[in-house]
Design a protein around this ligand. Structure first.
Ligand code: SAH
Length: 384
């Protein structure tokens, strides 16, 4: 076995929660999920994945070091101080080079790092997203204000220097917040308006604000498991709630009669529709709506679904959604979650107020080295 080597920045950078043998980390994650679910159903061992370069999404913030050189890295929690990060092993290959190019361009274009204390300067953060299989990278530049006037030139130069960068956007975040992005509009600067990400044999369009899982390899593992649990035979009517860029919907569409996907982010839905065309998938309908409002209306219309997939954000679903889901009465519910605590809460609701039982929970390690773990649960209707 390869000897475990700790990252020299562990404990200071804040990006990782674990610095132990990976097998032990997986055991801890399995134990955690087991402690939440063991009273209700069997839980399985966490499926681990590659640790190196798994993150297809990278964020960095900028500052000057003591010598006046621009550095990039992460804010130390609760401070306005940045710890320099050069070659993070978790981040996608090539990301360090792109960040280096951005730092160099900042010098030649006189773009100053934004200072959160004095509100002076320009560039505050950057967000990179890569389609692992396509190799395409999207860059979102986050400025602290809208003063800097040569953003387009900067973007074009970045694309010239880094051929993998095919799409550049920017946003102004002048809020007093530790969040990378603000609520102000994201604006296009150069290149394409999306990158392509491939999962299995399908291609998805991903924009700057649409959600896409951060770990392409483990996403395939997770979706394989979700489909296995669903056991689709080709005749089913399927609902995919919180569908993002339509990944689960399109993968399920190949094995089902029809799929309806509901998602509140307009950008994600527009890209999902395009992707379905590009993948020649004709049996998915995409709806832009709040998942709870949509499912409530579907239940009222007495629509029937055989299988419902749901993959809500960390906060989980809500009672409006879950009570309507019970009325919709699908035979199977496949609940994917990045927060097993809200997942177990929601499953207990379904069991308490509906004829549902959770049959199994499979943890998948989407986020090696962090405390997070993804889970997929199979929930079945007990009364036919
Ligand atoms: N299933 C997708 C996305 C999961 S992330 C995938 O695996 O890629 C959760 C998604 O829920 C995000 O795209 C977010 O925009 C969406 N979302 C959040 N709240 C919502 C709501 N109330 N109604 C519908 N979609 C919502």
């Amino acid at each position: 076995m390869k000897k475990f080597k700790a990252c020299p920045l562990f404990g200071r950078c804040g990006g990782c929660d674990y610095s132990i043998e990976y097998a032990l980390e997986l055991e801890e994650k399995t134990e955690y999920v087991h402690s939440l679910f063991s009273r209700y159903c069997p839980t399985y061992e966490t499926i681990g994945g590659a640790k190196d370069g798994y993150r297809n999404k990278v964020v960095a913030s900028f500052a000057y070091d003591r010598k006046g050189h621009v550095i990039s890295g992460l804010y130390i929690k609760g401070t306005h101080r940045i710890i320099e990060k050069r070659d993070c092993p978790l981040e996608f290959e090539g990301s360090a080079e792109i960040l280096r190019s951005i730092r160099r361009l900042m010098k030649s274009y006189a773009v100053k790092p934004y200072d959160e204390d004095t509100y002076r300067g320009d560039l505050r953060h950057v967000l990179l997203r890569k389609g692992h299989k396509s190799g395409e990278v999207l860059v979102l530049l986050v400025f602290g204000n809208d003063r800097y006037g040569r953003k387009k030139e900067f973007a074009h130069s970045l694309m010239d220097i880094c051929p993998s960068v095919v799409s550049v956007f920017y946003q102004v975040n002048n809020e007093k917040t530790s969040m990378i992005l603000s609520s102000s509009p994201i604006k296009f600067l150069a290149g394409q308006r999306f990158i392509k990400s491939r999962l299995f044999d399908l291609t998805f369009r991903v924009g700057p604000s649409s959600f896409f899982q951060v770990n392409d390899g483990q996403t395939e593992v997770l979706y394989d498991m979700a489909l296995y649990m669903a056991g689709l035979s080709g005749s089913e009517k399927v609902l995919d709630a919180y569908s993002g860029t339509g990944t689960i919907a399109m993968i399920a569409a190949k094995k089902a009669c029809s799929v309806t996907a509901v998602e509140s982010n307009e950008e994600a839905v527009a890209f999902a529709e395009k992707s379905a065309d590009e993948n020649s998938i004709g049996n998915v309908t995409f709806i832009t709506d709040d998942a709870s409002s949509f499912i409530k209306a579907e239940a009222k219309r007495k629509e029937h679904y055989d299988v419902v997939f749901l993959d809500p954000p960390r906060a989980g679903s809500d009672e409006r959604f879950l009570s309507s889901l019970i009325k919709l009465s699908p035979g199977k519910i496949i609940y994917i979650s990045c927060n097993p605590e809200t997942q177990v809460r929601d499953i207990r609701y379904l069991e308490k107020f509906g004829p549902y039982r959770v049959k199994a929970v499979q943890p998948v390690d989407m986020f090696p080295r962090t405390q997070h773990v993804e889970t997929v649960a199979l929930i079945e209707r007990t009364v036919q």
